[in-house]
Design a protein around this ligand. Structure first.
Ligand SMILES: Cc1cc2nc3c(=O)[nH]c(=O)nc-3n(C[C@H](O)[C@H](O)[C@H](O)COP(=O)(O)OP(=O)(O)OC[C@H]3O[C@@H](n4cnc5c(N)ncnc54)[C@H](O)[C@@H]3O)c2cc1C
Length: 396
């Protein structure tokens, strides 16, 4: 949508081809239907939220940064608000208002929008992109083609990876794709018993081959397959290729190991005949307090006065570092973004044009750039789309 809008604003005659029956089907489900459409931070902060190829985005963000996008939305009649963590949303809390505003902008700019128009391949002539072929058999000649087909996640919204195929067919490298911003599967079965429980303000450290590659503090949700929630989802963006990954949960980040041990000592002494699992409720949510002793091989019914020093030390150690083994992630049906994509080395970051096939441009999630949650992924799509559109529209 942004690519078409900016190409038209540059004076080009533009046709937007969408295989769905409406625009921005994925936008409708973003931010739980509220569309966290950007993050109102400066460019340096923005790039810190982009684990892969952040510098590729400089020119795109220079053309249109988060403030610029909000100004555009406002000018198209969609008012916005900024919430905790500088996350921006439409005032109405309806993602559909973002799409409606952009669609109106496209119509006012004279963009021809064709629905149920599925592109099957890119046409080339004389070493340049020369148009597209549709699955219907129709061909459309063009001076420039912008591929904004998204990634592979939530394929029901239309992102089925077609752009990756076209990229390969036209001589581009596509780096390995995998689901990202997604729940983590664990080898241990006990998280399933806590399904639905959220732990707040805990720390998660993840390591592979003895090296910590992610540390974060926040919320974790237990699920039938392992863990999800903000911490697990952010961690998934940093997973190395090789599994398994060792995760430890610090359930009491506010206390040092010594402070925690002192507290356990005090509370167990004061609790006398009360059962261990009951007393742990002072430190953990009830369900977790009931489950944890068993996970550690300690009987939760043990009266606190009879908990051995060894068992107390084990409980203290595990409260500070509860181990989990991550064996993989949930699949694309649940992943917020796709990691990997069209290799940025073959793209001109100042225009989004292919260095291999002049006249062919890429924008959005199809490129090998992805970010954390917080409005960054949509902003990447808006900014790279705007830059690709402007550049393609200005193409002689
Ligand atoms: C559940 C969920 C929640 C999210 N929430 C947020 C959020 O709040 N904030 C945020 O920043 N990001 C969020 N994201 C990520 C964000 O939605 C995407 O990164 C972004 O939509 C990518 O934009 P895009 O234009 O590159 O691709 P898409 O939005 O996937 O659009 C690609 C379009 O291309 C069309 N298409 C594909 N192939 C063809 C073809 N062959 N012919 C014609 N048309 C085709 C598709 O139908 C689709 O409409 C969320 C993602 C999910 C799945």
């Amino acid at each position: 949508m942004l690519a078409a809008l900016f190409a038209a604003r540059s004076g080009a005659k533009v046709t937007l081809l969408e295989k769905n029956e409406k625009l921005g089907k994925k936008v409708y489900i973003t931010g739980k239907g509220r569309c966290n459409c950007t993050n109102l931070c400066d460019v340096e902060d923005f790039l810190r939220e982009v684990p892969r190829n952040p510098r590729f985005l400089y020119s795109a963000l220079r053309l249109m940064d988060p403030e610029g996008f909000l100004a555009l939305l406002n000018s198209l009649g969609c008012e916005t608000k900024v919430e905790r963590g500088r996350r921006a949303f439409p005032v109405s809390d309806h993602a559909s208002d973002v799409t409606k505003a952009l669609e109106n902008g496209l119509k006012n700019q004279g963009v021809a929008i064709r629905f149920r128009a599925e592109v099957s391949r890119i046409l080339t002539a004389g070493g340049q992109a020369s148009g597209v072929a549709l699955t219907s058999g129709e061909t459309l000649p063009a001076n420039a083609v912008i591929v904004c087909t998204g990634g592979l996640s939530y394929p029901s919204t239309g992102s089925t990876g077609d752009g990756y195929r076209w990229a390969r067919e036209t001589g581009h490298t596509v780096t390995a794709c995998r689901p990202s911003l997604v729940g983590l599967r664990t080898q241990e079965a006990w998280p399933a018993q806590l399904q639905g429980l959220t732990l707040k303000n805990i720390c998660l450290n993840a390591a592979a081959c003895g090296k910590i590659f992610y540390s974060g503090q926040g919320e974790l949700l237990f699920t039938h397959y392992g863990v999800s929630g903000p911490l697990a989802i952010e961690c998934s963006a940093h997973l190395p290729d090789q599994a398994p990954v060792s995760v430890t949960l610090d359930l009491k980040p506010g206390l040092t190991a010594e402070q925690l041990d002192q507290r356990l000592l005090r509370e167990f002494a004061a609790a006398g005949k009360k059962q261990l699992a009951t007393v742990l409720q002072g430190l953990l949510p009830q369900r977790m307090a009931a489950l944890l002793p068993g996970v550690l091989g300690v009987d939760g019914k043990t009266p606190c006065s009879q908990v051995s020093g060894k068992a107390r030390a084990l409980i203290g150690t595990r409260l500070k570092a509860l181990p989990l083994t991550v064996t993989g992630t949930q699949d694309y049906n649940e992943a917020i973004v796709t990691r990997g994509g069209v290799d940025v080395k073959a793209l001109n970051a100042a225009t989004m044009e292919s260095k291999k096939l002049p006249g062919l441009y890429f924008a959005g999630e199809v490129i090998d750039v992805d970010a954390h949650t917080g409005g960054y992924n949509l902003q990447i799509a808006w900014s790279t789309g705007a830059l690709a559109g402007k550049s393609a529209g200005e193409r002689p």
